[in-house]
Design a protein around this ligand. Structure first.
Ligand code: FAD
Length: 319
């Protein structure tokens, strides 16, 4: 079922999660362990992230380095199929512009359609770490809105090959990303909002937010979206802080602020377990306030840390 259909039918705030494919060389069992812990809270759908190839340099002889392209977390499509089969749950694979030509995207969408997957979260993807600035493939998409248009066209039976016009239609419900604290590359909030509106005008049916730790950021973002004419559901995404080092890692990678009260609380904690508990407690409080405000879905980034999400889910959805 489509994410939007889940939302339409729901009588209360839904629970959903995002999982990461395991590192290459590991088994799928870590995902099953996460699912086994979280299935009792009845997730409406599960997102599976997509990871582009990264470039790494390895020493082959003394001083001589060789360039390797490595995809550290392959398996998104296979994981979606496997979760649908094992847990009878709707999956939302992420699809990205980075590393994909339009032809490869078309073939990937055909695979997803044949598997009966009805949702995609359409993203640009981050730049390759060593490059700093996002570079599309020569025959790829530069922005999520361009990739989104390709999905919309396939939903209308339009494929890249002119001779395949009016072919079989796909039926994807399309989600996109939104940033309560602004996307880090956007020159200002107004500009970021303009491009978010563009994604919605082109056919995005819901928005999932970047993680945030201050609900005011989300509430202000929703207000600004509504003022800009964006009417689709805006799903808040949360991730509890689970270790002291995340006080620096989270702002660095996700470009978000951590409220003083959260940081002070974590800094005062005596043990690693106390840190984790304070992070979980903060996330529970955020969730309860968001649910009271009537958000359609609470979406949690598990990032391989099912235990903390399980504790949040138990407190918030286990009643
Ligand atoms: P876009 O919407 O394309 O925006 C990127 C930037 O360009 C923004 O600053 C925007 O304001 C600007 N912009 C947009 N359109 C234009 C235009 N036409 N002209 C000029 N500027 C423009 N990354 C992954 O690699 N894999 C994942 O699975 C993944 N999952 C994610 C899930 C969520 C919920 C979120 C919030 C992020 C996820 N990301 C993932 C990270 C995401 O790919 C990055 O944040 C990326 O930098 C931006 O992606 P986007 O889809 O928001 O890009």
């Amino acid at each position: 079922m489509k994410v939007t259909e889940h939302i339409k039918r729901a009588e209360k705030t839904l629970f959903s999660i995002e999982v990461l494919p395991p590192l290459k060389g590991q088994t799928i069992h870590s995902i099953y362990e996460t699912m086994d812990k979280l299935m009792p809270y009845d997730p409406a759908f599960v997102d599976v992230t997509y990871h582009r190839q990264e470039v790494v340099y390895r020493e082959v002889e003394k001083g001589l380095m060789k360039r390797h392209a490595v995809r550290k977390r392959p398996g998104t499509v296979g994981i979606c199929a496997s979760l649908m089969n094992k847990y009878n749950i709707d999956t939302v694979p992420h699809i990205i512009c980075g590393g994909f030509s339009k032809d490869e995207t078309e073939d990937a969408l055909i695979d997803l359609n044949f598997l009966g997957i009805e949702n995609v979260l359409v993203l640009r993807g981050d730049p390759i770490k060593s490059e700093g600035i996002f570079k599309p493939e020569p025959d790829g998409h530069a922005y999520a809105s361009d990739l989104l248009q390709q999905v919309v066209q396939m939903n209308e039976g339009e494929y890249l090959d002119e001779e395949l016009r009016n072919s079989s239609k796909t039926n994807f419900c399309i989600g996109v990303a939104g940033y309560p604290e602004k996307h880090f590359e956007a020159p200002n909030f107004k500009s970021d909002m303009k491009f978010l509106k563009k994604k919605v005008d082109l056919g995005a049916e819901y928005i999932v937010t970047q993680l945030f730790y201050d609900n005011k950021m989300y509430f202000d973002f929703v207000k600004k979206c509504r003022a800009a004419g964006i009417e689709v559901p805006i799903i808040p995404g949360l991730k509890p802080i689970t270790s002291r080092k995340q006080l620096n890692i989270v702002p660095h990678f996700f470009h978000v602020n951590l409220p003083e009260a959260l940081v002070d609380g974590i800094e005062d904690a005596k043990t690693d377990e106390q840190v984790r508990q304070k992070g979980v407690k903060w996330c529970i409080q955020q969730s309860e306030e968001l649910i009271d405000a009537g958000v359609p879905v609470m979406h949690y980034y598990t990032m391989g840390k099912a235990k903390s999400i399980q504790e949040v889910a138990e407190a918030v959805f286990g009643k």
